[in-house]
Write a protein that binds this ligand. Structure first.
Ligand code: ADP
Length: 452
């Protein structure tokens, strides 16, 4: 069922309940009021009878109990006033032929002093009247014409039906009007294609729910567009990164094969090709890690890892890969227990991140050295600083260096892929480790890691 129909039906049901309750109340009050007025009339008649008939008590005589309807009389549907003495004997009646009041009703009037009751289809009021000499029961009864109440009931029923038709029409109209911006948003979103992600849903500028929904859609589109752009950039950068070494390999092989050469020349050419292939493999490994971090971070397993061991392992690996690089580790105050050194994380990834930072530090420093400073905190917010004596990183590049494939124009002659720091950033973000860069006043660069 469409929301518009559902809203209209809901509105109709609600209005029907409220209107029916109000109209029913009006009908009930009117009926009650009419009866009240009628009983007030009967009461006046009783008072009048008491003042006229009961002033001359000696003249009151028992009347015949049996009644005979006179010719053409429509009894008992007639008004009547009857007086009974304390032995329930009828001593006065305006209509001799009227059906007398039952013994039970008289008994009740005597006990309660005043009772309203129904006598056939007549409404009756009975009252106990005390005179100086005796007690009497005076009963006044009459036909309360229901025509006014019935008329009102019919008017109310018609009003209810007309009201419901109006409510259904207006509900349908307003539900359509309220939902119109929503349909507009749906139409606009449907028009957005992957080839044109710059389109956005029009926002009304108000602060209502629909404006918020449009804004949410736009925010989602911002993120989708960003992701698409990232992906496009990634693909074009990857192909560029692969193209350059492949072109170089091809050119070297072409040149080498152009003529017959000495074995030494072949060896040199193959050595150079091997180096290019090693670089390519390294790039491919980094890309694979980056893709894994982007695509399925939830599959990466965390385990308790000793931070000091991690640093030693990274330093060792650096030494193995680049025997000419120098590294040193300074530990601040060591924790008392081994638990104080433990962090939760993926050991291979954290080692890779530290290795990349150390590698860069040595690569970009003239003295090819890196200094690690580790400060252990009792609350686990350990700090690791990777310090070098290199040229430093200009402030303007601080945000850029973590973008995939970003390489500073100052270092284009240095071998590199531009993936290292983005990989470091992704790994540290996954571990909720804060990473910042600083250029100390005495030169060089400090990469600071603050553990959660
Ligand atoms: P790559 O080193 O392969 O170029 P990275 O992502 O590791 O890629 O680094 C990005 C850029 O950040 C580098 O091109 C370099 O300009 C700069 N950079 C990284 N580390 C340092 C450092 N320790 N000192 C100076 N510049 C650095």
């Amino acid at each position: 069922m469409q929301i518009r129909t559902r809203l209209t039906l809901l509105f109709l049901l609600l209005s029907a309940c409220i209107l029916a309750a109000v109209l029913f109340g009006v009908h009930w009050l009117f009926k009650k009021n009419t009866e009240e007025t009628f009983f007030q009339g009967l009461d006046s008649k009783i008072e009048l009878t008491a003042q006229t008939v009961l002033t001359n008590e000696n003249a009151l005589r028992p009347l015949a109990h049996d009644w005979i309807a006179p010719e053409g009389d429509t009894l008992p549907f007639r008004e009547n006033i009857t007086v009974f003495d304390n032995s329930y004997t009828r001593v006065f009646s305006m209509r001799l032929g009227a059906v007398p009041v039952s013994f039970n009703d008289l008994e009740e009037i005597y006990q309660k002093g005043e009772t309203r009751f129904k006598h056939f289809n007549l409404l009756a009021l009975g009252k106990k009247i005390n005179t100086q000499a005796a007690q009497y029961v005076v009963v006044a009864e009459g036909y309360c014409d229901p025509v006014e109440v019935e008329n009102l009931r019919n008017i109310l029923i018609y009003s209810f039906l007309i009201g419901m038709v109006l409510v259904a029409l207006s509900g349908w109209y307003y539900a359509g009007k309220v939902l119109q911006p929503m349909s507009q948003i749906v139409n606009e979103v449907e028009r957005i294609q992957p080839s044109d992600l710059s389109r956005r849903v029009a926002t009304s500028g108000s602060h209502d729910e629909l404006a918020r929904m449009a804004e949410t859609f736009n925010n989602l589109l911002d993120r989708v567009e960003q992701a698409f752009q990232m992906q496009r950039m990634f693909v074009s950068n990857v192909s560029h990164e692969l193209k350059n070494p492949l072109t170089a390999i091809r050119a070297q092989l072409d040149v080498t094969l152009q003529r017959e050469r000495a074995p030494e020349a072949y060896r040199k050419a193959l050595q150079s090709v091997l180096e290019d292939i090693t670089d390519l493999t390294e790039t491919e490994q980094k890309l694979l890690q980056l893709a894994r971090l982007y695509n399925s971070p939830q599959n990466i397993e965390f385990s308790p890892t000793r931070l000091d061991e991690l640093l030693w392992q990274a330093v060792e690996q650096l030494k193995k890969q680049h025997p000419d690089y120098q590294s040193s580790i300074e530990f601040g105050e060591m924790p008392e227990t081994e638990e104080g050194l433990l962090i939760s994380g993926s050991e291979p990834l954290l080692r890779l991140a530290l290795l990349n930072l150390m590698n860069n530090a040595c690569k970009y420093s003239p003295d090819k050295s890196v200094r690690i400073h580790a400060i252990f905190k009792p609350n686990g917010a350990h700090i690791i600083e990777v310090i070098d004596n290199g040229p430093g990183i200009p402030e303007a590049e601080h945000a850029l260096i973590f973008e995939p494939f970003y390489r500073s124009a100052r270092h284009l002659t240095v071998k590199g892929t531009g993936i290292g720091l983005s990989l470091v950033k992704s790994i540290l973000t996954l571990h909720q480790i804060e990473l910042s860069v600083e250029n100390p006043s005495n030169g060089g660069t400090v990469f600071r890691l603050i553990f959660p």
